[in-house]
Design a protein around this ligand. Structure first.
Ligand SMILES: NC(=O)c1ccc[n+]([C@@H]2O[C@H](COP(=O)([O-])OP(=O)(O)OC[C@H]3O[C@@H](n4cnc5c(N)ncnc54)[C@H](O)[C@@H]3O)[C@@H](O)[C@H]2O)c1
Length: 433
């Protein structure tokens, strides 16, 4: 029955969590003809969505407005509406606590809400990134309390999300999805559903394999960024090799190498967090994930390295750091987006603040941010403003930045992204002499 309803696009889809993952997914599925009920505990987010206002960079408000107007997307804070849904997709956060231990509360709370109205024929898909066995050992036992049998009465699968905010080439529809159902029928139904709106799906044997796939992908990025950050630090110590030149040269190898670039660290809701989910789980099996701990140490130290580099550069150029005026460019965790979660640039801001006279920032995507109850606003970026600072630290290479302007006016530039290509004595490039 569910099979036919999926094929005829007659299924109603519930998406729990309308953030960076849930909202783009809702829009793309709705564009393919499905009706969506979006559920979020944040009433402001729900109001915005129902007004067709998108707070997510990758979702265009005009498209959202049209889908809302046509009744294809409706948002609510009321989880009881899940009873009207045939397929429910969980897209809630999976953060770590202060001790870097997994906090599955949002996933558990969402599952408990689903359980209240779970009925025969429903398909539940977990998308939130998490450690292996979450679907079968955390989510399934809660749903089973309802007295229905998985694979026969209701269906359950894990499908990791691979969205890369700001990526113009790969989005929801053209990034293949990995599918791991609890039973063969769970995988088959989930695959059928995904095939309605995307070309490439890759079923695996279990939810555990799908959960581990996501963690392998993100740990791979974390480890390789840490590796290149360590090379950048070594190049600086040696004082005669430019890491950026080395990466360009290594890139010419047509096999066995993939370029990663140094920078002020890693951020967002994935790369700095997900590996900790795996290292936590590994301990249960008496196993220590050395690569994860090591790469976290290197990447989390990068903001300190950048601040030290800036302070040294100020001193060398005859400016007393404690009275210096410093401008940070790009506060988001990566280029061309507004997401500040775990941004290394924010760490740089906090570390450098007590060490210098004045620190300001500019980010065309982040007009303001709050810290310690204080609102900090972005300053404008023009020749007059740039001349006011003793040092400008480039933390993101946003497309909107006029690098010619940035290169011309400041007295000293610390460039962590190789944004300034022109050789100049006033530019101190990360990983270069
Ligand atoms: N952001 C990314 O680029 C990305 C990429 C791949 C995977 N992921 C994973 O996807 C998951 C979601 O990430 P995100 O970036 O979309 O998070 P987000 O914080 O942007 O959005 C999550 C939304 O869920 C809502 N929420 C929390 N608890 C809820 C509940 N019990 N019921 C209903 N709504 C609830 C929040 O209010 C929020 O709006 C995480 O596990 C993350 O690791 C994120």
């Amino acid at each position: 029955m569910l099979e036919n309803a999926i094929k005829n696009r007659k299924v109603k889809i519930g998406i729990i969590g309308l953030g960076y993952v849930g909202l783009p997914l809702a829009v793309e599925i709705a564009k393919c003809g499905f009706s969506i009920i979006g559920i979020d505990i944040d009433s402001r987010r729900v109001r915005e969505v129902n007004r067709g206002m998108s707070a997510i960079g990758d979702v265009d408000s005009q498209t959202l407005r049209k889908l809302v107007k046509n009744g294809k997307i409706k948002a609510t804070t009321d989880h009881r509406k899940l009873k009207f849904c045939d397929i429910i997709i969980i897209c809630v956060p999976t953060p770590v606590d202060v001790n870097k231990e997994p906090n599955l509360e949002p996933v558990i709370n969402s599952t408990r809400e689903i359980k209240k109205t779970l009925r025969k024929g429903q398909l539940i898909i977990l998308k939130s990134t998490t450690y292996p066995e979450t679907t079968e050992k955390v989510v399934q036992p809660i749903l089973d309390e309802r007295g229905l049998r998985v694979g026969r009465d209701y269906f359950l699968a894990f499908c990791p999300e691979r969205i890369d905010p700001g990526n113009k080439r790969f989005g929801v529809l053209n990034t293949p999805t990995v599918i791991g159902g609890v039973t063969k029928k769970c995988t088959r139904l989930t695959t059928l559903f995904y095939k309605q709106f995307m070309n490439k799906v890759h079923p695996v044997s279990s939810p555990r394999a799908a959960e581990m796939t996501k963690l392998l992908e993100n740990t791979f990025r974390n480890v390789n960024i840490a590796l290149v950050n360590e090379f950048a630090q070594l190049c600086e110590r040696m004082g005669s090799i430019d890491i950026w030149e080395v990466i360009e040269a290594a890139k010419t190898k047509p096999f066995g190498y993939m370029p990663f670039y140094p920078g002020p660290g890693v951020g967002g809701h994935c790369i700095p967090i997900d590996p900790y989910y795996l290292s936590w789980k590994a301990r249960e099996y008496d196993f220590h994930t050395v690569f994860i701990e090591l790469s976290a140490r290197i990447n989390e130290d990068m903001p300190y390295f950048i601040v030290n580099k800036t302070i040294n550069a100020l001193s060398e150029s005859g400016v007393c750091p404690s009275t210096a005026r410093v401008l940070l460019l790009g506060m988001a965790f990566k280029k061309d987006i507004s997401d500040l979660r775990d941004s290394p640039a924010i760490k740089v801001y906090h570390i450098i603040k007590p060490m210098v006279g004045v620190v300001k920032y500019n980010d065309p995507h982040v007009p303001a941010f709050s810290t310690n109850g204080k609102k900090i606003t972005s300053v404008s970026l023009n020749a007059r403003e740039l001349k006011k600072y003793d040092a400008v630290v480039i933390l993101n290479k946003h497309t909107a930045y006029d690098n010619h302007l940035i290169a011309k006016h400041p007295r000293l530039i610390v460039d962590t992204r190789k944004a300034i290509t022109k050789k100049s004595k006033k530019v101190r490039k990360l990983g270069a002499p």
